[in-house]
Design a protein around this ligand. Sequence first.
Ligand SMILES: Cc1ncc(COP(=O)(O)O)c(C=O)c1O
Length: 381
Amino acid sequence: MFDERLRQKLALQKKQGLYRRPPITEACDGRTVTVCGRRLINFASNDYLGLGRSACLGKKLGAAFEKCGSSSSSSRLVSGNAVLIREAEKAYASYFGHDDALFFPSGYQANLALLSTLFGRDETLFFDKHVHASTVKGMQLGASAIRSFKHNSMNHLDRRLKGASGTKVVVTESLFSMDGDMAPFSVLGQMKKEHGLLLVVDEAHAFGALGNGGRGLAQGVADVSLGTFGKAMGLFGAFVLLPSLYREYLLNFASPFIYTTALPAAHAQGALCVLEAIQRADEARARLAALSQTLKDDLKARGFEVRGDAHILAIEIGSEERAQRLVASLFEAGFFAFTARFPTVPLGQAIVRVSLTTHLTFKDISAFAETLSRLSAELPS
Ligand SMILES: Cc1ncc(COP(=O)(O)O)c(C=O)c1O
């Protein structure tokens, strides 16, 4: 009976073109990824600045693991509270302009901890409809009332805020992970003054890659910011930037922080190296921006509807099946790209989501645009 239910649900998933079968990647060198023995140019990597394949960072990290050991073997609240982690947290807080910071094993966990623990019955959370799944799950696990507002619609948010009482918290992303567009922080800064609200911003796709020195888009506006190490920072894990009082509260009450093994001290050493690298990455950020703009312009000139203000581009396809077939044809032509389908995006609004990295060349960009255009024309609508 139980097995049958699972089988039926999976069969329905296949019928709707939503079945997930992630490809196995056999090798990756930054620019390319090898799948089924074929080397493909990678348009689906979040290693925006190429740090994830940096030989220098790899070497330093290797040495740190050798020196500090491979595991913290304990929660931060038992014996895993290494001095090196604390030093790195302080360095991150200082660089990004916040009081303090708290490291987490993953961004997913950080969002769960933050949103389910920090806010309770007395607060109302107003969230952009397109925030990440981990943000939604975190809010669902908490006790606060939650209200959505239309993606990036400050008018809708304003109307919602006007009808609310108590402490208001706005939860949004800086560079949206699927749409590739940016939240309007100058307007949000103004609204903070008018409504006296708290602003929580997930900068997973912006920290390192966007803003002055890679400090993201919401500097000076966000009360709490979340960054992940696994994207432009080229590592793994996450960090939350926040006032000291909020940190103390999470450390005492956040189950996803308390009951998990801490990141190893060697990770903190790596995080300090990453911080140095992003300080010096102006040239890489400029190259990333130029590659992204070139691809967007090229695709638009070829008639595609493309959303995205930086290194994430959402190429609108619509039908899940068409998006799947396009990506399969891209694979045959030597390119690795990814379709975002329901429930990641609304039903019938499938996209080819492209993310760029500094490993790519301008030649790769024009070859991708030319190939996608040809394949799309060949595919019956
Ligand atoms: C906006 C956003 N927040 C949080 C996460 C979760 O981060 P992590 O991969 O470190 O769990 C992701 C994706 O990975 C993301 O895109």
